[in-house]
Ligand binder design. Structure first.
Ligand code: ZN
Length: 130
């Protein structure tokens, strides 16, 4: 088959311009990546506490799983959560070596109040063991 000029101006063989199709596909892939990123960013708006500081997607997903299960009635102890000595209504749940989910016990149940780094936690409560 001879090379021919396509309506787009490119030259090539075949029924259609492979170059344009390839570029179109690449663009679609980029748009999809962008859409997925936007969808991922949108999810943070639904979290009861800000989880954006977490450095890994897996940690965000772990935090959401814990938050959801506790909202559905799971006990914080199932996630190695502990009541704090200085305030027994405050519960710290380890998310990783560096992050803790902080809950507050209220009359209506356990409410997530913040996400803390291990470091910030130590600064805020010097001498506290957990
Ligand atoms: Zn073309």
């Amino acid at each position: 088959m001879a090379r021919k000029a396509f309506p787009c101006g490119h030259k090539g063989r075949g029924q259609y311009c492979h170059r344009c199709v390839q570029e179109q596909r690449k663009q679609q892939e980029q748009e999809q990546v962008l859409q997925e990123r936007q969808a991922w960013n949108e999810l943070f708006k639904q979290d009861p506490i800000d989880l954006k500081i977490l450095p890994a997607r897996s940690l965000v997903e772990k935090a959401r799983a814990i938050i959801e299960q506790i909202a559905q009635g799971a006990m914080y102890t199932a996630f190695k959560g502990k009541r704090m000595n200085h305030d027994r209504t405050v519960i710290s749940i380890p998310l990783s070596r560096d992050y803790r989910l902080i809950y507050h016990e209220t009359s209506t149940g356990y409410v997530p109040v913040s996400l803390m780094t291990h470091e910030a936690y130590n600064v805020k409560k010097p001498g506290e063991k957990f």
